[in-house]
Write a new protein. Structure first.
Lengths: 1015, 189
C-alpha cells in the first residue's frame, strides 16, 4: 500500500493538472488526497466524492453508455447517478459499477472507467451510436430469431460482451461483513431540514430515536444550498442540531447508512458502509454492516430527486442536474463549468444562477420553459444580467466528449446557438418516496407539484419535507417538527420534556412554482427523439418509449420490461417519471391513469456480501460437534456433515491408499475384533411421567406397556398419513422414566412431534420430556470382543455377562471407579455391541480410554461409512429407506403394527393403497458377478425386459461393497419382493446406462439368525 | 486404581479477549431441568420454597440455587458443582416434577466488557435496551442461527449465552467474529 501511495505522490508532483478549489462546507482543503482515474493521477481533499474530485480536476468524460457507448459525464451528486459508474480498487476487491457520486475519496483510490475499448476517449464500440436508429427497444427480440441455435452460442455471448458494464472480481471477496439489530421508538430516515427537525422533536419528547443518513455528512440539502437559517448558513445550523442530538442519550445517529427497505412489523433494512471510504478495512473491521432496525414509528425524510428534461442529445458530459451543480459548488467547492446555460421549469432551479455567478462562472443563458417568467426569475435576471429565454426550450446540443453548445429555441421558434461548457437542468423534483411504497402503498399524482407524492400516512409511517411534497426549507422544518412530535406521541411520549425548539427562520424567500415540462421535443426536434435520453443508464430514449407504446406495450410495467427502463443500479431514479409522463402523452392518457411501476426494495444496490454477513464459507450455517470431535481430528479422521453435525466418516491410516481400503478395514475390525463409533448425534429424549408408557403407545406402532425396567425395545413411528416417520430404540430406566433415541436427522422433528402431540392432541397426559442429546456422549462399542473391552472400563459391580445383561438390556452403571454412565446392549452392526453413555464432557476421555484398553483386542474407531456398510449387511433401514414414502409394510415391519391399540398413523396406514401387496417391499440384492457395483437409485426390472417405465418394479435405496461377503450388496424396494427371493432380476442404472443381473435375497445378509448380537 | 476420565472443555480457548471485551467459558454448574407434573406447580413451589418465575427471568432461592424459566412448562435449576443439587431436588420434589440432569447438555459463554450490549446486538435479534432486558432477564432466542438462552447479568456490560454443548464452538466463533468487528461507531455505550 505504501508503494502505491509513494507512486501517487511522485506522480502527482509531476502532473501538470492543477486543482483550484473554492471553499466548500463539506471538504477539508488543508489536506490533500491522491487518487487515479484510468491511470491518470489526480488530487482531491477529504470530504470529496470521486465525482467532485474528478470535476475539480477538469475531468468531465467518465464513462460510456450501456448500449450506444456514448460519452457520458456526471449527471448528479447523489445515489441516483446513472452515468458515472466506475470500477474501484483492483484484484479481489475490484468493484464494478460504483457510483462516483457517492464514492468517498480516500488516499490511493484507484478507479477506472468501464464498458469501453480500447480507452475511454476513443471507444471502438462508439460506432453503436451511429447504429442507434436500428438499435431501438426490442431490437434483439426481433433480430436474433434465427437460426435458433445461434442465440446461445453466438448472439448472446457477443451481445453480452458488447454491452454490460463493469467486471466483477475473479477472486472471493477478502473482506468480511456483519449484521446488527437495533430497536427504537422513532426511526428518522434522512438528515435534511425535515429529518433533523423530526429527530429533534421526537428526541425531545423522550423517544428512543435513530437518525439514519446515507451520506457521510449530515444535513442533506442544507449542505448543497446557499441558504441561511437563523442568520447562519444552513449547514452550520444542521451541525448545531446534530451536536445537540449527539448529546442526547436517547439518540443514535448513523451516517453512511442507507435505509434500503421497509418490511413488515416496522422492520427496516439498512446497510452501513463501515469502511468503503478506506482503501482496506482496518483489522477486524467489517466492510459493511447490515442492520435490521425495528422501529415503532418511521419518518421518511429522504428529500427528493431532481428530474432531467428530455431533449435531443441531453446526455453529453457537462449536462448536469441543476441541484447537483449547486451541490458541487456549495459543498465541494467545485465549479463544474465556466460558461453555463441554466435550463429550468421551476424557481428552485434558478438558485443555480446565483450560485454559479458567486463561484465565478459566467451565465451564458437562462432558459425557462414556463410561458411567463416568475417574479423569482425576474429578480435573478435583474441581479445577474444573464439573458433569459422564457417559454423556451433546448432544441439540441453539440460537443462529442463534452457539451460545447446549446441550441435554444425561443418562444417564437427562433434558434439561438449559445456556446457553453455546462448545462444545468432542472425539470422539478420528485419526492424520494420509495420507502413509502414497499408495503404496497401507491403514490398519488399532484398536479400542482407535477410529481407523485406519498399517499396518506399510515399508522406507523410518516413523511416530511420534500419527500412529502413540501418544497421549501421553512415548511420542511416546520413539518418535520410536527411529524417528529406526532410519531413520538404515538409511541406514548405525549409532551416534550423540555419546551420544543422554536421553528427556525429561513432567511430567504423561497418559491417553487414548477410548471411541468417533461420533454422539450417539438415537431422538429422529435426527429432526434432517438437521441433524447430518458433513462441514461439503459440508453432508453423518447423514441423507444413511443415505439413501445406503438407496439402495444402501453402499461408502464410492460414499458419497463420491453425497454429496460428503470432497471440497473439507479433503478430509474431520474428516469421513471419522465418516462411515464411521455407514455401518458403518447397514449393520450393522464399521468395518474398511466400510473407508476411498483417500487421494491432495495432502494439502492446492496452487496450480496452484506446480505450474507458473517455467514459465509463453512460458517454459512452453524455446526454441531460431537464430544469426540477433537479426538477424531487428532486421529486424522475425515469428516462428513450429517445435517449440522460433523461426524467422522472414516479414520484413514498412513498405509491406506483409498477410502474404500480404510472402510473395509474398519468393517473387518468390527466383525472380527472390536471397534467403536461416536453415536452421540442420535437424538435422545428423556421422557418422564405417570402417562409416559401410554404416550409411547400412541406415538409408536408397537406395544410399550409391558416393557420391563432395564430393557430397551425397537420402535417405529408413523406420520398421521400412515407413512414411516422415524425409528429407534427406547429404554425403560424407571417406573415412569424412559429414554428414547431417534435418528440423527430426525432428532429435532421427533421432538417437535412429541411436543405437538402433547400440547395439542393429548394435553391431558401427565408426561414431560426434554432433549438429552447433548447431555450424553454415547459411544457404540461393537464386535465379538466388545464385552472384553467394556469389562476393563465398567466397574466390577456390574455383571456384563450375556445372562445378566443380555441383548436389549439397559442400565445405569458406573465406570472408571464411580463415574456415572448408562449402558445399553444395542447393535446396529449386528455384532455383540453396546452403547456406553457418559456425561458429554467425558466423551473425549472415553474415546482415548477405549483406545488404550482395547489395544490388546485390536480395537479401532470406525466412522459413519463403515457404520453404513454394516447396517446394510444387517438389513437395517436408515435414511434412504425411511424416506417419507415408505410404510411399515414396505419396510418389512408390518407385523409389528399393533392391532390392540391405537397409534398415530394407524388408520391411514390401513388404506388399501398402503397395504397393497404389490407395493415395492424391502429386499436384499446381490449381483451375480460379485464385483459388479450395484448403485443406489438404480431401477429394478424383470430380467430381459426393456428399461421402460412400464416394467419398472422398484429401486435400490442403499448399496455398498461388503468386505464380509466380498460382494456388492444392496437394499431395495421391489414389487412382491418377499415372495421373490431367489429370482434373478435386472438392475438398470440409467445414469451409467448399465444393466446388471442380481439375485433377490433376504435383506439380512449377515448373521440372519442373530447369533452374533446375542452372543 | 481405575483410570478416571478427564473432562474436556466444550470450547477452546476457554477465555479470549477482543476489542476490549472478554468471552469466557463459565465454570460448569450442576443444572437440572424441572418439568412439573400435571397440577403440581403450586406444591412444587412450596417444596422448593420459591415461586418459579412465570416470565423469562431468574429467581435465586435462599440456598443460592438459581431458577430460570427455560421453556413452556419447564425451568432450569443451577448450582455450583459438588453441592448435590440433583439429590436435594429429588428429595424435595421427586413426585412433583420430572427432574433431568442437564449439566453437560449446555454450556454458558459469558461476554463481558464495555460494549457487550453492542456486540450481543449483532447476533441476537431482540431489544437489549436495559428498559426491556435488564439484569436477571432471560430470553429463549437465536444467536445468528443458533438457539440460545440469553441472560443479562449486568446491564450493557455482561451477557451469558447458554447453548447446547454441540453448538458451543460454532457459537464461540460467531461471537468472536462479532467482537472482532468492534463496536459500531453509532452505538452509545
Amino acid at each position: 500500500m505504501h508503494g502505491i501511495l509513494n507512486a501517487f505522490s511522485s506522480a502527482s508532483q509531476s502532473s501538470e493538472r492543477k486543482t483550484s478549489r473554492l471553499s466548500g462546507n463539506g471538504i477539508d482543503t488543508t489536506k490533500t488526497l491522491c487518487f487515479s482515474f484510468d491511470g491518470h493521477n489526480y488530487t482531491g481533499h477529504p470530504g470529496d466524492t470521486l465525482a467532485s474530485a474528478l470535476l475539480a480536476n477538469g475531468v468531465r468524460l467518465v464513462g460510456r453508455s450501456f448500449k450506444y457507448h456514448r460519452p457520458r459525464g456526471i449527471l448528479s451528486a447523489g445515489p441516483e447517478e446513472p452515468n458515472a459508474l466506475v470500477e474501484l480498487r483492483g484484484g479481489a476487491r475490484r468493484e464494478p459499477n460504483s457510483r462516483a457520486t457517492v464514492t468517498e475519496l480516500y488516499d490511493g483510490l484507484i478507479s477506472t472507467s468501464q464498458n469501453r475499448w480500447p480507452n475511454l476517449a476513443f471507444d471502438a464500440l462508439g460506432i453503436n451510436g451511429m447504429m442507434s436508429p436500428v438499435f431501438t427497444a426490442g431490437f434483439y427480440y426481433k433480430t436474433f430469431m434465427w437460426p435458433a441455435s445461434f442465440w446461445e452460442k453466438f448472439y448472446e455471448p457477443v451481445i453480452r460482451r458488447a454491452a454490460g458494464l463493469g467486471r466483477a472480481a475473479d477472486e472471493a471477496d477478502p473482506d468480511h461483513y456483519e449484521k446488527n439489530n437495533a430497536f427504537c421508538d422513532v426511526l428518522v430516515i434522512g438528515s435534511g431540514p425535515a429529518g433533523l427537525s423530526s429527530a429533534l422533536a421526537a428526541a425531545e419528547s423522550g423517544a428512543r430515536v435513530i437518525l439514519c443518513e446515507q451520506d457521510s455528512l449530515l444535513g442533506g440539502r442544507l449542505r448543497a444550498e446557499n441558504i441561511q437559517i437563523d442568520n447562519h448558513p444552513g449547514w452550520q445550523w444542521a451541525e448545531d442540531i446534530v451536536s445537540h442530538l449527539r448529546n442526547m442519550s436517547n439518540v443514535r445517529i448513523m451516517t453512511r447508512s442507507c435505509v434500503f427497505g421497509r418490511y413488515d412489523g416496522g422492520t427496516y433494512g439498512v446497510v452501513e458502509r463501515v469502511s468503503d471510504h478506506l482503501a482496506e478495512p482496518l483489522p477486524g473491521q467489517p466492510r459493511q454492516r447490515l442492520w435490521r432496525i425495528i422501529a415503532k414509528q418511521g419518518i421518511v425524510a429522504t428529500g427528493g430527486i431532481e428530474r432531467p428534461i428530455v431533449f435531443p442529445n441531453n446526455d453529453r458530459p457537462g449536462i448536469m442536474l441543476a441541484g447537483a451543480v449547486r451541490t458541487y459548488i456549495n459543498r465541494f467547492g467545485v465549479t463544474p463549468g465556466q460558461q453555463a446555460v441554466v435550463y429550468v421549469n421551476n424557481d428552485d432551479g434558478l438558485r443555480t444562477v446565483s450560485d454559479l455567478l458567486a463561484a465565478g462562472a459566467r451565465i451564458a443563458a437562462v432558459v425557462d420553459s414556463r410561458a411567463q417568467p416568475s417574479s423569482q426569475a425576474k429578480t435573478i435576471i435583474q441581479q445577474t444580467g444573464a439573458p433569459l429565454f422564457f417559454g423556451a426550450r433546448i432544441a439540441d446540443t453539440s460537443g462529442y466528449r463534452g457539451v460545447k453548445m446549446a441550441i435554444i429555441r425561443d418562444n417564437k421558434g427562433k434558434n439561438h446557438r449559445i456556446a457553453c461548457d455546462l448545462i444545468a437542468v432542472s425539470g422539478g423534483w420528485n419526492p424520494d418516496i420509495a420507502l413509502t411504497t414497499h408495503d404496497g402503498g401507491r403514490p398519488v399524482y399532484n398536479e400542482t407539484l407535477a410529481t407523485f407524492v406519498p399517499a396518506l400516512d399510515s399508522e406507523d409511517l410518516h413523511v416530511a419535507g420534500v419527500a412529502a411534497g413540501t418544497m421549501t426549507t421553512a415548511e420542511a422544518l416546520r413539518e418535520g417538527a410536527q411529524v417528529g412530535q406526532r410519531a413520538a406521541a404515538q409511541c406514548g411520549f405525549r409532551e416534550p420534556s423540555t419546551p420544543p425548539v422554536a421553528t427556525p427562520a429561513v432567511d430567504q424567500d423561497e418559491t417553487y412554482g414548477v410548471v411541468a415540462q417533461w420533454h422539450a421535443l417539438d415537431k422538429e426536434s422529435s426527429q432526434r427523439a432517438g437521441k433524447a435520453f430518458i433513462d441514461f443508464q439503459n440508453d432508453v430514449t423518447a423514441k423507444d418509449t413511443k415505439l413501445a407504446a406503438r407496439e402495444g406495450f402501453i402499461s408502464v410495467e410492460h414499458l419497463k420490461r420491453y425497454t429496460t427502463l428503470g432497471m440497473a443500479t439507479d433503478q430509474g431514479k431520474t428516469a421513471n417519471v419522465n418516462a411515464l409522463a411521455l407514455l401518458a402523452e403518447v397514449t393520450q392518457q393522464s399521468i395518474p391513469q398511466t400510473g407508476t411501476t411498483r417500487v421494491r426494495p432495495p432502494t439502492q444496490p446492496v452487496a450480496l456480501g452484506a446480505l450474507g454477513g458473517p455467514h459465509r464459507g463453512k460458517h454459512f450455517k452453524p455446526y454441531r460437534l460431537p464430544p469426540t470431535h477433537q479426538w477424531a481430528v487428532e486421529q486424522g479422521a475425515v469428516f462428513t456433515a450429517n445435517g449440522l453435525w460433523l461426524r467422522a466418516q472414516w479414520y484413514p491410516r498412513s498405509n491406506e491408499t483409498s477410502w474404500e481400503e480404510t472402510v473395509n478395514r474398519e468393517v473387518k475390525t468390527v466383525r472380527n475384533a472390536v471397534g467403536f463409533c461416536d453415536v452421540t448425534t442420535l437424538g435422545k429424549i428423556d421422557i418422564q411421567g405417570p402417562d409416559a408408557a401410554t404416550f409411547l403407545e400412541r406415538v409408536y406402532v408397537n406395544a410399550w406397556q409391558k416393557l420391563p425396567i432395564g430393557r430397551a425395545r425397537y420402535g417405529l413411528m408413523l406420520r398421521e398419513d400412515g407413512f414411516a416417520f422415524d425409528d429407534g430404540t427406547t429404554a425403560r430406566l424407571g417406573e415412569n422414566h424412559y429414554v428414547m433415541t431417534t435418528t440423527t436427522a430426525n432428532a429435532g422433528p421427533v421432538m417437535q412431534h412429541l411436543e405437538f402431540c402433547h400440547q395439542w392432541l393429548w394435553p391431558e397426559m401427565n408426561v414431560q420430556f426434554i432433549s438429552v442429546t447433548d447431555e450424553w456422549a454415547q459411544i457404540a462399542v461393537a464386535g465379538p470382543k466388545a464385552r472384553d473391552v467394556l469389562r476393563q472400563i465398567v466397574d466390577p459391580a456390574f455383571d456384563l455377562s450375556n445372562e445378566a445383561f443380555g441383548y436389549m438390556a439397559a442400565a445405569s452403571v458406573t465406570i472408571c471407579g464411580g463415574q456415572t454412565a448408562r449402558l445399553f446392549r444395542l447393535s446396529f452392526s449386528g455384532e455383540l455391541a453396546y452403547e456406553l453413555a457418559v456425561p458429554a464432557r467425558y466423551g473425549d476421555a472415553l474415546a482415548k480410554l477405549l483406545m488404550r484398553v482395547g489395544q490388546s483386542y485390536g480395537i479401532a474407531p470406525y466412522g459413519t461409512e463403515a457404520l453404513g456398510v454394516m447396517r446394510i449387511e444387517k438389513g437395517h433401514p436408515a435414511g434412504p429407506e425411511l424416506n417419507g414414502q415408505t410404510t411399515a409394510h414396505d419396510l418389512g415391519m408390518g407385523r409389528i403394527l399393533s392391532k390392540k391399540k391405537d397409534f398415530i398413523g394407524k388408520t391411514m396406514a390401513a388404506r388399501p393403497a398402503l397395504t397393497d401387496p404389490s407395493r415395492p417391499t424391502l429386499v436384499g440384492l446381490r449381483p451375480l458377478s460379485p464385483t459388479l457395483p450395484l448403485v443406489s437409485g438404480s431401477h429394478l426390472l424383470p430380467k430381459g425386459k426393456p428399461a421402460t417405465a412400464c416394467f419398472d418394479q422398484g429401486w435400490i435405496s442403499s448399496s455398498a461393497w461388503s468386505p464380509t461377503l466380498k460382494s456388492w450388496i444392496a437394499l431395495g424396494f421391489l414389487a412382491h419382493g418377499p415372495e421373490r427371493h431367489g429370482e434373478i432380476i435386472a438392475v438398470h442404472n440409467p445414469l451409467a446406462g448399465t444393466i446388471t443381473e442380481a439375485e433377490i435375497v433376504s435383506p439380512v445378509f449377515v448373521d440372519p439368525e442373530g447369533t452374533r448380537l446375542h452372543a | 486404581m481405575p483410570e478416571t476420565l478427564a473432562a474436556h472443555p466444550a470450547v477452546t480457548p476457554p477465555l479470549i479477549t477482543a476489542s476490549g471485551l472478554s468471552l469466557t467459558l463459565t465454570p460448569t454448574r450442576e443444572t437440572i431441568s424441572i418439568g412439573p407434573f400435571a397440577g403440581c406447580l403450586a406444591s412444587l413451589n412450596t417444596a422448593l420454597g420459591i415461586t418459579l418465575p412465570e416470565t423469562f427471568a431468574t429467581t435465586i432461592a435462599a440456598d443460592g440455587v438459581v431458577y430460570s424459566r427455560a421453556a413452556h412448562d419447564q425451568w432450569f435449576a443451577t448450582a455450583p458443582e459438588g453441592t448435590g443439587l440433583m439429590s436435594r431436588l429429588e428429595a424435595s420434589c421427586m413426585k412433583l416434577a420430572a427432574l433431568t440432569n442437564q449439566t453437560d447438555s449446555r454450556v454458558t459463554l459469558s461476554l463481558k466488557g464495555i460494549g457487550a450490549r453492542a456486540i450481543t446486538s449483532k447476533i441476537v435479534p431482540i431489544d437489549l435496551h436495559p428498559d426491556f432486558f435488564g439484569p436477571g432477564h432471560t430470553a429463549l432466542t437465536l444467536a445468528g442461527h443458533i438457539p440460545i438462552i440469553l441472560t443479562c447479568s449486568n446491564a450493557d456490560t455482561a451477557y451469558d449465552f447458554t447453548v447446547f454443548r454441540s453448538f458451543a464452538q460454532s457459537l464461540h466463533h460467531d461471537i468472536l467474529v462479532a467482537m472482532n468487528g468492534g463496536i459500531p461507531n453509532s452505538e452509545r455505550v
